[in-house]
Design a protein around this ligand. Structure first.
Ligand code: ADP
Ligand code: ZN
Ligand code: ZN
Length: 837
């Protein structure tokens, strides 16, 4: 017999086994035996209940069905099959397996990340009477409350622990259960319960007899004469549901809420339901409001047409194409055309966006074209909303998903196209928890599993991507013109040090920058100001002795937030009061140093008191619709200046932005990381790209202490290739990606020495693995302590050879699990980061 996924096994077999993925930190799947009663049904992707270890009952997912008994242990039987159909498909399981092996994590961790918790099963303790126990003959003396519980259990076969709270006070329940367990009077076990609850709406409709017979309806109105409230309900109902025009409308009914919202009394509705005039019923409704579709087709420009054709041509020989189009070149319309085509062919499409870009015009534009056929998967969605998208993909309601990196885990079964927009975005990399995957790379892998195509779109390709395009691994299509010949912005470099000497630097702003802002304001044009640091001031410091307050739990200085009047740690969230006196020397001369977005906002309001200013950073966008509100307000034109962190670089498209100001380019350039040049090029180019679209020619002012640097010339001339060549020379010379494969391992422990010793030991063992490599460290991490744990880092540079890499990773995982078996290192955490960012 062959199941849905092509697993072959004889249906009469007695020795069937299933490998189960379990939500526990073990490296591999576990094999269980499949009893005859479920042999027919079981297959990949089904949820099962199994016993793990001596006591735990866990829910897992079937990864494989086969006939090979495990060698190392005797297979326990699967206790129960939980579904009538698989909840994940074979391609997903393959994808999970790839993620686990490529990123060196446990497949259970991947499963945990992949399933919305609404689909995971929550374990809830249930209680039942012990089968050997007799209430008449308890063997032990029972107190009154214990007897109460036992009597309840005698009446019901099993009871949830929380249900017993109505029998005895909750605070004592635990103790009593423990005592009863000790007396072998009861059993406690974990059972499973679905968490997902669809949103339901209560509706009412007219009882059917009133439809067929108009006399009865007249009688009805006679009957409620004088009962104004009931009459009102009926009139309102008939207004909203014109059953005389279309009797079928009654079937769908009307939301009770619509009636009460329009002034009907809820109790009158209930009375009518009780009197069988109205019927009340419930329907599951979508959490997502319907969207009006406006499918006025847009004509592609010649440049866009050529690019579109070029992408299609590249697809004939390449699975992945890099679409390298400058900001404003109109990549979105090309995406739309590609998406439509794939959807028409019946395949699914996934468009990945960086987190922050999800509430921008791009989504609005796509929504106009695809309406409610498109599912949006946002990381700020509630779990129920996620489950609904998940079910929508399963049922075929959504063939097109636009979402953040975790949308890669949705249950697609026939992807035809994956698009990764802004593929260079560092936020595509997941830091914590495992799997520490890069969504772009994972997307390419997933597309490959589906035999689908991938488009990587960006104005500033990641070096890894451009390298692959140069080496013919990816197809390459370039667009060098803005749509509608909108002009590229003019760049100006403003020398911070020069202005400082001449006393022209006012509140962080050079004269040039101030003039350009004033100019834009005079013309009623909008301004974006970019500062890559949130809070008011990066830190505060004592003028006398230089003391700087630091986090108690981390190796970082605390950031000053003026609005809340407090110091905050951006790594662990620790908060502290602002000291009045220096804690080292007692001086009260405490000053703020440097400027975050909060202070820049304040400075601007001092420099331009007439301007309306808004700030967009992590602190102002925490709420679910935070970004959206700020973007809408800015888009409405009621705001002159928007100050923000890199959030403002993402996909803003506002016609009236004529100036972009970068307050401190050096902060981006001099970050100690081999990617800092690449990042600076990307960030500055992206933020500059927001200036001057369509009718306005834009200006970009970059403030720096080092205007002579070559990178500025390259950014200004838009010369990506030159910049790339130069940086690649260095990367080749010093063995950086893409010339080597990087793996970072961090050891974490509350004791400094233990974290260090574990790292040293690990390095020594890793050095013995075959294959060309360089291992650096261990070194204290850049931030050596976070949340009271000390961090040591090892960097591995591996040669670019698939065999070497695979072997190294396997050995590395084995070595780490051995180290963890060592008593000294049992509580050390080893974090593996493949392709760290
Ligand atoms: P990119 O994503 O490449 O930076 P967009 O797709 O946002 O560029 O397009 C830039 C601007 O040009 C947008 O305002 C978009 O509405 C407009 N645009 C692009 N293509 C067309 C077209 N074919 N017809 C009309 N407007 C277009
Ligand atoms: Zn901290
Ligand atoms: Zn001091």
């Amino acid at each position: 017999m062959e199941d849905l996924f092509g697993n072959n096994y004889p249906s009469s077999s007695k020795n069937l086994y299933a490998d189960i993925i379990l939500p526990v930190p073990i490296p591999l799947t576990f094999t269980y035996s499949v009893g005859p009663e479920i042999q027919e049904e079981i297959g990949i992707g089904y949820r099962v209940m199994v016993q793990f270890g001596r006591k735990r009952i866990l829910t897992g997912i079937v990864a494989k069905v086969h006939q090979k008994a495990p060698e190392a242990y005797k297979a326990k039987p699967i206790l129960d099959l939980l579904d009538d159909y698989p909840i994940v498909n074979a391609l997903q399981i393959k994808f999970w397996g790839w993620l686990a092996s490529y990123y060196c994590c446990h497949i259970g961790e991947v499963m945990n990340a992949a399933l919305p918790s609404g689909l995971k099963l929550s374990t809830e303790s249930k209680v039942q009477m012990h089968p050997d126990f007799e209430l008449e003959n308890p063997g032990y003396p029972m107190d009154e409350r214990e007897l109460l519980i036992l009597e309840t259990l005698e009446k019901k076969e099993e009871v949830n622990v929380d249900q017993l709270e109505s029998v005895v006070p909750a605070k004592d329940l635990h103790k009593i259960i423990k005592s009863l367990l000790g007396k072998k009077a009861i059993l406690v076990y974990e059972s499973v319960k679905e968490k997902y609850s669809p949103k339901v709406e209560v509706r009412v409709r007219l009882a059917p007899e009133y439809l067929s017979d108009s006399n009865k309806l007249n009688e009805l109105f006679e009957g409620v004469k004088g009962k104004e409230k009931q009459e009102n309900v009926l009139l309102k109902f008939l207004q909203q549901v014109p059953i005389f025009k279309n009797a079928q409308l009654n079937e769908e009914g009307l939301s009770k809420k619509i009636l009460t919202d329009s002034g009907c009394s809820p109790s009158s509705i209930d009375t009518l339901v009780k009197n069988k005039v109205l019927q009340s019923f419930k329907v599951k409704i979508s959490r997502f409001a319907l969207i009006q579709v406006d499918d006025k087709p847009i004509e592609l420009s010649e440049v866009q047409k050529d690019a579109y054709d070029a992408v299609q041509k590249e697809f004939t020989s390449k699975a992945t194409v890099l679409l390298h189009g400058i900001t404003g070149s109109g990549k979105t319309e090309i995406y739309i055309k590609l998406i439509m085509e794939v959807l028409e062919s019946g395949s699914q499409v996934l468009l990945l966006l960086p987190e922050i870009a999800l509430t921008t015009h791009l989504v609005a534009r796509l929504q106009k074209v695809f309406g409610d056929k498109m599912g949006v998967f946002h990381s700020k969605y509630s779990d129920n909303e996620r489950v609904e998208i998940w079910q929508g993909v399963l049922s075929g309601k959504y063939n097109f998903i636009i979402g953040v990196r975790s949308s890669l885990f949705l249950p697609f079964d026939s992807l035809g196209l994956v698009i990764v927009d802004e593929e260079h975005e560092p936020s595509y990399k997941q830091y914590d928890p495992a799997p520490r995957f890069h969504a772009r790379d994972a997307a390419i892998m997933m597309a490959w599993l589906h035999q689908a195509k991938t488009v990587l779109g960006t104005a500033t390709p990641a070096f890894e991507t451009f390298y692959n395009a140069q080496n013919d691994k990816y197809g390459y299509v370039r667009m060098d013109k803005r749509y509608g010949d909108a002009e590229l912005p003019h760049f100006h470099l403003a020398d911070i040090l020069k202005d400082k000497k001449k006393n022209l630097l006012k509140l962080d702003f050079t004269r040039l920058m101030r003039e350009k802002i004033q100019e834009a304001l005079n013309h009623q044009e909008q301004v974006l100001i970019f500062q890559n640091r949130r809070g008011y001031a990066p830190y505060i410091s004592c003028d006398e002795c230089g003391w700087i307050p630091e986090c108690e739990h981390c190796d970082v200085s605390l950031t000053y937030h003026q609005y809340q009047e407090e110091l905050r740690c951006h790594y662990c969230g620790f908060k502290d009061k602002v000291p009045i006196k220096c804690q080292a020397c007692g001086s009260s001369k405490i000053t703020t140093v440097g400027s975050g977005t909060e202070r820049i906002e304040e400075n601007l309001s001092l420099l331009f008191p007439e301007a309306r200013i808004l700030r967009m950073d992590l602190d102002t966008t925490r709420s679910k619709y935070g970004y959206q509100k700020i973007l809408e307000e800015f888009g409405s034109g009621n705001v002159d200046i928007l100050v923000g962190t890199q959030m403002i670089t993402k996909g803003l498209d506002f016609d009236r932005v004529s100036l972009v100001g970068i307050v401190d380019a050096d902060r981006i350039l001099f970050y100690p990381d081999f990617r800092s040049g690449e990042r600076a090029f990307q960030q500055i180019t992206q933020v500059a790209g927001r200036a001057g679209r369509r009718n306005v020619t834009g200006n970009v002012v970059i403030q720096t202490r080092r205007p002579d640097q070559l990178i500025f010339k390259q950014i200004i001339s838009g010369n990506y290739n030159d910049f790339y060549q130069q940086e690649m020379g260095e990367r080749r010379q010093f063995y950086y990606p893409p010339f080597v494969k990087n793996i970072k391992i961090v050891t974490k422990h509350k004791d400094f020495k233990t974290a260090e010793t574990a790292a040293i030991q690990l390095k020594n063992l890793l050095s013995d693995i075959e294959g060309r490599k360089i291992i650096l460290g261990p070194e204290k991490a850049l931030i050596g302590k976070i949340k009271n744990l000390f961090l040591f880092e090892i960097w591995i540079k591996l040669e670019k050879n698939a065999n070497t890499q695979e072997r190294f990773k396997q050995e590395m995982v084995r070595i780490i699990s051995e180290l963890q078996g060592d008593k000294r290192f049992r509580s050390v955490r080893f974090l593996i980061d493949v392709d760290p960012y």
